[in-house]
Design a protein around this ligand. Structure first.
Ligand code: NAP
Ligand code: G4F
Length: 347
């Protein structure tokens, strides 16, 4: 006789651990990819990341630093590989960080930039749909303040927010604007959970040496150690809203934990010139007359420049509860000290 007091279904075991969430990150070998992998791993995620190329120069170092990441060979320009990546990782969350992300390089390689930074996003969104993950997986798109371009700087003091006008000034900015709108379009057309983060510049110890902040921190460290005697840069007047990358990946994750997908600006609300960055960086090694160590080289100037970027992060702070731990002087110090350690003999 069946026991009439027995329940029809087995009640969930409240003490059982929640199933491990799975995240797929494109651009995992880049600055933000490293910070995000570390952050998601600390949250108990199973982390998958795309690696491209038949011999990616970053692979060995990446595997040594992030042994817990499952690497999948794929490329944002190859949709078959993206579908396979989604099927292999079975993601709850997809973070699309992969891109040609250097503005100067995008002027020299505009079509490649359109293919990867722009159309690559369409390829990935379609891969998620074709693999049957449109309803299951939440999607983060790495949008950028470069979409504003600095020309429509009509909110002095307040900064650009989610409603501000776009006016990209580079092939990179234009490609990112396409990516931003196709991501929003998939949210509106297919009801996918797609959130975009319009992130202002964020830097740190993992920043590529081709970007101005790391180029400076690396050179300042080398000058301090007697390995170099000057640094060559392009324009020094532009201003950027510079934050710390570790703080920004927390914001990306928070965007995918909300009830509804949306668009969010992540920024510090402060803007500083490259000259100010140089001044603080050289002060870190006890040099006040930094101009003696800097030469301008037109090679590093751009056909069109974004003069000033300043963001208004109030929506992210209010809705996501997003906060930052590192301020501008703290960022410069962290980067210079990191590079001094890195370049020191026998480190
Ligand atoms: P990053 O360091 O330049 O990393 C870019 C990543 O994209 C690398 O892992 C690179 O892989 C990958 N990638 C390039 N081409 C690819 C392709 N065809 N297929 C797959 N992956 C490809 O950039 P980041 O600073 O971490 O930025 C992350 C994302 O946020 C980018 O989309 C960037 O445009 C955007 N963003 C950055 C900032 C910022 O201040 N950092 C601000 C706003 C938005 P390889 O190792 O193979 O080269
Ligand atoms: O460090 P940058 O190359 O960063 P940029 O152009 O602001 O772009 C970064 O931030 C964007 C967000 O706003 C991201 F979407 C993008 O992916 C990237 O992460 O240049 C900053 C400023 C520019 O005005 C540039 O002209 O520094 C100026 N600059 C002067 N000398 C230089 C140099 N930039 C570089 N990379 N190298 C120089 O020697």
């Amino acid at each position: 006789m069946p026991d009439s007091t027995a329940p029809d279904t087995i009640a969930p075991d409240a003490t059982a651990p929640a199933p491990q969430k799975r995240a797929l990150i494109t651009g995992i070998t880049g600055q933000d990819g490293g910070h995000l992998a570390e952050f998601l791993n600390s949250k108990g995620y199973e982390v998958y990341g795309l690696i491209r190329g038949q011999r990616n120069a970053r692979k060995e170092a990446f595997e040594a630093e992030f042994p817990y990441v499952h690497l999948i060979e794929a490329d944002l320009t190859d949709q078959t590989s993206l579908i396979q990546a989604v099927l292999t990782s079975q993601p709850d969350e997809v973070y699309n960080l992969g891109a040609i992300s250097h503005v100067g390089y995008s002027f020299r390689n505009p079509q490649l930039t359109a293919d990867i930074t722009g159309k690559g996003v369409l390829n990935l969104l379609e891969a998620v749909r074709i693999a049957g993950f449109a309803e299951k997986a939440r999607f983060y798109q790495a949008s950028t303040s470069e979409m504003f371009g600095g020309l429509d700087y009509n909110r002095p003091g307040a900064g650009y927010n989610e409603e501000s006008l776009f006016h990209p000034r580079s092939p990179y900015g234009v490609a990112k604007l396409y990516a931003h709108w196709i991501a929003r379009n998939y949210r509106e057309s297919y009801g996918m959970f797609v959130s975009t983060g319009i992130l202002f510049n964020h830097e740190g110890e993992r920043r590529g040496l081709e970007f101005v902040t790391r180029k400076i921190s690396n050179a300042v460290a080398a000058i301090h150690l007697g390995l170099q005697d000057h640094i060559e840069l392009g324009d020094l007047y532009p201003k950027r809203d510079w934050g710390y990358a570790g703080d920004y990946v927390k914001g990306m994750w928070l965007m995918l934990q909300q009830d509804e997908p949306d668009d969010f600006v992540l920024a510090t609300g402060e803007t500083h010139s490259i000259e100010e960055f140089l001044q603080l960086a050289f002060a870190e090694i006890g040099i006040d007359n930094w101009k003696n160590y800097v030469r301008q080289n037109p090679e590093f100037m751009r056909p069109a420049e974004v003069d000033i970027l300043l963001g208004d992060p109030s929506k992210a702070e209010r809705v996501l509860g997003w906060t930052r731990d590192v301020d501008f002087p703290g960022l410069v110090k962290l980067m210079v000290q990191h590079d001094i350690k890195l370049l020191s003999p026998g480190k």
